[in-house]
Design a protein around this ligand. Structure first.
Ligand code: BES
Ligand code: MG
Ligand code: ZN
Length: 498
């Protein structure tokens, strides 16, 4: 695994197999601002004048220094125009450079920050490197040894290296948690039934003060978590309720409750899904895996917050023991739900988990993460998650933070009228609201289980893994993205201490 460090150095002192230099399209006098020597400057000018290096966003060229100095090779990478260059572009470019370094087979490489350094730029560059070099190859028996990942990336600065190293140290912990969430999410469904997810969560018990416990099916039955039990009925792999507690704040701060959907495989149940792309429903556990990643990150950072993570985990299967359309379930909080489609299972298990969390922990706020609806992907596409809920404050904070993290989030409304769509004629609620506004009616359903505690729901159906319509981004390799971990950790870093 790659490690990122920050170092203060002048260009002529740097000994490296590969130096990455980014240049803007409209940048003049880059030589001075980057502290380049005359040999390197002359080479770059020639490549630009010959139109071999165009400086458009992401374009790149590699040349050898032929023994002139301590740098073996240089990678020039185009940064596009300065006006369009934000932290997200820095993340993407750093990721591209890291992937190129891997392709070249170098053991280490250096990056010159692309412009005047500040903490946000260092953060973005290190995130790009650490997230792009992730790959899931646990199940590849051949070719594992053939690809060497660079062991070290050095960000070269001309001052304040200690301050910037502290930023990178935090990014190291956070990206490790993102990659951990990706690793769990990418597990195939045969190797990750609810019991396996529960064991993996138990491995976090005791780590940096996290407490983990698992509620078994019989316990859920006895306390009335009938939503989770019902959805899990069709599978031989019993459901589990994973509960994590992290108390980093001694000042009696009411906890934040994070709830993550972890359907280890969603066939749709008796309302069976069509076969096309059904394999992707192994990613229906991504919300829960992100919650595990968030807990791991905040605990390893030692954040002064109290956080409870609750992850209902089930396998949604069709069988003679499955729950069915027509069933009426009495949920943990006493409300009754008429099932009209067993494929709308996520809201059932989340609702029980939220109601349980509310009753046990009296949280100050609830945030749930779930691959909840295909309708969300129709509404916002595969690059933006939806935020829907009852707390304008939470929705605005998360949207704002998402602009920095690049984990795009957009809010959808939750007007009173949406609740009409999920009223049942025979029970309090029904579990589907028809096609119009499908992502919103799913959230309207969940709002019945929050006990009026400030709450938002993140529908990550489009963004939790790379799918049809996902934009190519260097730092999101194929498969699970770990969406939500970075944004939620930033949110929890910034919450008031009460
Ligand atoms: N896990 C799916 C949602 C989903 C579908 C996520 C496709 C990502 C891609 C969820 O359990 C589901 O099946 N939802 C149904 C709800 C419908 C029956 C009201 C859906 O979106 O089709
Ligand atoms: Mg479903
Ligand atoms: Zn599902």
């Amino acid at each position: 695994m790659v490690g990122v460090i920050v170092q203060e150095a002048k260009i002529d002192q740097m000994q490296t197999a590969l130096l990455v230099i980014g240049i803007f399209e409209n940048e003049r006098d880059f030589s001075k601002s980057k502290g380049l020597n005359s040999t390197i400057t002359a080479a770059i000018i020639e490549l630009i004048e010959n139109k071999e290096f165009k400086r458009s966003f992401g374009s790149n060229i590699i040349f050898h220094m032929m023994g002139k100095g301590l740098i073996k090779k240089i990678m020039l990478i185009g940064l596009g125009t300065r006006e369009k260059f934000t932290d997200e572009e820095a993340r993407i470019i750093a990721g591209k450079a890291a992937l190129k370094a891997k392709e070249l087979g170098v053991e280490e490489f250096c990056i010159l920050p692309f412009m005047d350094v500040d903490e946000a730029l260092i953060e973005a560059i290190s995130e790009g490197v650490l997230l792009s070099l992730y790959s899931f190859n646990r199940y590849k028996t051949r070719g594992k040894e053939a690809t060497t990942t660079p062991a070290q990336a050095t960000i070269v600065v001309n001052s304040d290296s200690a301050k910037f190293q502290a930023v990178v140290d935090k990014v190291n912990l956070i990206t490790q948690a993102v990659n951990y969430a990706r690793d769990l999410s990418n597990l195939p469904p045969n190797e990750c039934p609810p019991s396996q997810l529960a064991s993996l969560a138990l491995a976090l018990d005791g780590e940096y003060g996290i407490k983990t416990r698992i509620l078994e099916r019989y316990e859920m039955e006895s306390i009335g978590l009938n939503g989770i039990v019902s959805v899990g009925k069709g599978s031989n792999n019993p459901p589990k309720l994973i509960i994590l507690e992290y108390y980093g704040n001694a000042d009696h701060q009411k906890p934040y409750l994070l709830v993550g959907k972890a359907v280890t495989f969603d066939t749709g149940g008796i309302s069976l899904k069509p076969g096309d792309k059904m394999d992707e429903m192994k990613f229906d556990k991504c919300g829960g895996c992100s919650v595990l990643g968030i807990l791991k990150a905040i605990a390893s950072l030692g954040l002064p917050v109290n956080v409870i993570g609750i992850i209902p985990s089930v396998e949604n299967m069709p069988s003679s023991t499955s729950f069915r359309p027509g069933d009426i379930i009495r949920m943990y909080n006493g409300k009754t739900v008429e099932i009209l489609n067993t494929d709308a299972e996520g809201r059932i298990i989340l609702a029980d988990a939220m109601a349980y969390g509310v009753a046990m922990y009296n949280p100050q706020a609830i945030i749930d993460l779930a691959t909840l609806t295909g309708a969300c992907v129709i509404a916002l596409g595969a690059n933006v998650a939806a935020v829907i809920g009852t707390s304008k404050y939470l929705a605005e904070r998360l949207s704002k933070i998402s602009e920095k993290t690049g984990e795009r989030i957009w809010d959808l409304p939750l007007h009173d009228e949406y609740h009409e769509q999920i009223k049942s004629t025979v029970a309090d609620l029904k579990n589907i609201g028809g096609r119009p506004g499908g992502a919103i009616t799913a959230a309207a359903f969940l709002s019945n289980f929050t006990n009026d505690i400030p709450w938002v729901h993140l529908d990550i159906a489009g963004t939790a893994w790379t799918q049809d319509g996902t934009f190519e981004r260097s730092y999101n390799p194929k498969g699970a993205t770990g969406f939500g971990v970075r944004t939620m950790v930033k949110f929890l870093m910034e919450v008031p201490n009460k």
